[in-house]
Design a protein around this ligand. Structure first.
Ligand SMILES: [Zn+2]
Length: 54
């Protein structure tokens, strides 16, 4: 499987798995709603991230 690269839209930190990004958002930024949205968007393959150039 191809690794899923997720990037935090707030601080730009990259994660190999979207689950780690979700935890990062909840723990570091207290943005559980945003994390849920990111995962939701990822399911549709349309993640609106300004740092997704890689
Ligand atoms: Zn972050």
């Amino acid at each position: 499987m191809t690794p899923t690269n997720q990037t935090c839209p707030i601080c730009g930190t990259a994660f190999e798995k979207e689950t780690r990004l979700t935890i990062h958002l909840e723990v570091e930024h207290r943005k559980s709603e945003l994390a849920t949205k990111l995962v939701h968007d990822a399911e549709f393959g349309d993640v609106a991230s300004p740092h997704s150039l890689r």
